[in-house]
Design a protein around this ligand. Structure first.
Ligand SMILES: C[S@@+](CC[C@H](N)C(=O)[O-])C[C@H]1O[C@@H](n2cnc3c(N)ncnc32)[C@H](O)[C@@H]1O
Length: 149
């Protein structure tokens, strides 16, 4: 499993506890340090927004991304999903500026964007939701679960 822009790795820990080997990736070495020695989790301190795509050629049975968006690499990210693999992606979307940060459109999904990107990558949509949420705080969010057949 790949936990992309994992931060302190709350999802890495959940996945590892479920029996999956996890690669936890972030550019924040301090955050990754907290995952050292956790069974089934390996870490990689990588800049995901540089000229080179550091995960090129890798394949994962599952990809989890939450609260992170770097649009120029969305297609490259979905290409990492192996046949039979599942993508779970959730982050903020257009309209979130009314509730707080992120407010920069560069870091906000457009309406239907994850659905469109997943379809373009040949993934089968399992679930998609977008719009206003109250919890954990008021925000505009978008989420998809999709699989590569
Ligand atoms: C809001 S946190 C989300 C953390 C985690 N996914 C979660 O939901 O708990 C965003 C994460 O993206 C990481 N990040 C931001 N820019 C990055 C980059 N260029 N390369 C790698 N990670 C980056 C940050 O270090 C931070 O840990």
């Amino acid at each position: 499993m790949l936990d992309l822009a994992c931060g302190s790795g709350r999802h890495s820990r959940l996945l590892a506890a479920g029996g999956w080997p996890v690669l936890a990736v972030d550019r924040d070495a301090t955050a990754l340090a907290g995952l050292q020695g956790v069974a089934a989790i390996s870490t990689a301190c990588l800049d995901l927004e540089g000229d080179d795509w550091p995960l090129a050629g890798r394949q994962f049975a599952g990809i989890v991304v939450t609260n992170y968006l770097w649009r120029p690499r969305l297609a490259d990210l979905l290409a990492l999903l192996a046949p039979g693999g599942v993508l779970i992606y959730e982050t903020f979307m257009d309209g979130n500026a009314a509730y707080g940060k992120p407010s920069n459109p560069e870091f906000l999904l457009r309406p239907g964007e994850l659905r469109a990107v997943a379809a373009a990558a040949g993934l089968r949509e399992i679930a998609f939701v977008e719009g206003y949420v109250e919890r954990p705080k008021s925000a505009m969010r978008q989420a998809i679960c999709a699989a590569r057949e």
